[in-house]
Design a protein around this ligand. Structure first.
Ligand code: NAP
Length: 343
């Protein structure tokens, strides 16, 4: 890999590929909120939403159908249109001299593509070949909580169960959950078209393709990506991913085993001080993190940290995070911020 040259020291031409989607819309909001140095913003999607007008920073910008010429003179592409679209346009982006921060899983495990959570492994963004991958949403949220603990004691094994909201499957899945909930409340039969089953008053195991080991793709993404981000290739890791009828924000039940006991008080202090993490522990009123606590917010909120009663070297905890925000759009923009020249 060639050493990175930072993004140019001037306001940038930024393209958002997938601008009409759930992550794309969040990217637009965050570019504005974080005062990212933008001179021109190009909104790209498929022919389906070409012509759609988005308001951004006081301007009305039309979505364009992505084409070969879309990347001319672009400095930065924030891609969130799915893996096949990222694969299709990678060469055009890189040969235009732009950097692509990609939200899809297309390149995450490629040796020459850094997989970055800025609070965990910012140094990984220092070298790239024009593409930096944004990890899977559940993995980003999880590694924020694992990293400060792994820095203190040798981490041996992670067991995680996820509770993933409709928004993880995109804007249309969120609308479907709302629509089918109304159908059920009105006594009707919910028929899903976006998700494989109705999520209304229901849940199901994550529907990504099953692998030969009977884990689904989403579960194996967590395994491989966590190891790569944390630089722990031998970390024993198992996951069960479940889609739940929450509109937005994912939750995870986490069990982590170390080489030795990890005092709960120390874990709590480390997590409270960790970047991107917030604690919410109120045992007196039995109040711990919920998806609604994190919706539209940046931090991953952790709570219910406790000693595993079945294993003296293990801790249990619970976390919630807005996966469209920190699990996708915010993390992508933070990666781009790592490439900005120092002020
Ligand atoms: P989404 O709401 O369904 O949006 C998909 C976007 O991609 C839309 O803008 C769509 O444009 C565009 N698109 C689809 N096919 C295209 C094509 N052939 N050419 C150009 N644009 C095309 O999906 P999303 O949830 O935002 O997810 C987008 C990506 O981010 C996926 O790779 C997903 O895995 C990843 N991701 C999502 C989340 C999440 O929480 N949702 C988290 C992490 C990563 P049209 O409007 O024209 O169809």
């Amino acid at each position: 890999m060639t050493p990175v040259h930072p993004l140019p020291n001037r306001p940038l031409t930024v393209a958002v590929l997938g601008a009409s989607g759930a992550v794309g819309q969040e990217l637009l909001q965050l570019l504005q909120e974080r005062n990212f140095p933008v001179s021109e913003l190009r909104l790209l999607a498929s022919a389906r939403s070409a012509g759609q007008i988005c308001q951004w920073n006081g301007q009305a910008i039309a979505v364009q159908e992505v084409s070969e010429s879309s990347f001319q003179d672009v400095d930065l592409v924030l891609a969130s249109a799915g893996g096949s679209v990222s694969r299709q346009w990678r060469e055009a982006v890189v040969s235009a001299g732009a950097v692509m921060v990609d939200n899809s899983s297309a390149f995450r495990m490629d040796d020459d593509v850094p997989l970055v959570v800025p609070e965990v492994n910012p140094q990984a963004a220092a070298e790239h070949n024009g593409v930096i991958a944004n990890p899977n949403c559940t993995t980003i949220l999880l590694t924020l909580a694992l990293a400060p603990l792994a820095a203190k004691r040798s981490m041996h094994r992670v067991v995680v169960s996820t509770y993933q909201s409709a928004s993880g499957a995109g804007a249309r899945a969120m609308e479907e959950l709302k629509d089918l909930s109304r159908v059920v409340l009105d006594g009707g039969t919910p028929n899903s078209e976006v998700l494989p089953h109705s999520l209304a008053f229901n849940l199901f195991l994550h529907n990504s393709p099953l692998q030969s080991n009977s884990y689904c793709e989403e579960e194996m993404k967590m395994v491989h990506e966590t190891r790569k981000i944390m630089g722990l290739p031998g970390l024993r890791f198992t996951a069960t991913c479940v889609r739940v009828p929450v509109l937005r924000a994912h939750s995870e039940a986490v069990n982590v085993e170390f080489a030795e006991p990890f005092p709960v008080k120390e874990a709590r202090e480390l997590l409270a001080a960790a970047p991107g993490v917030e604690l919410l522990e109120d045992p007196a009123s039995n109040r711990f993190p919920m998806p609604t606590d994190v919706t539209g917010r940046d931090p991953v909120v952790v709570g219910r940290i406790r000693q595993d009663i079945s294993e003296e070297n293990a801790l249990e905890f619970w976390l919630c995070g807005d996966q469209i925000r920190k699990g996708a759009a915010l993390n992508a923009i933070q990666i781009a911020e790592l490439l900005l020249p120092a002020a």
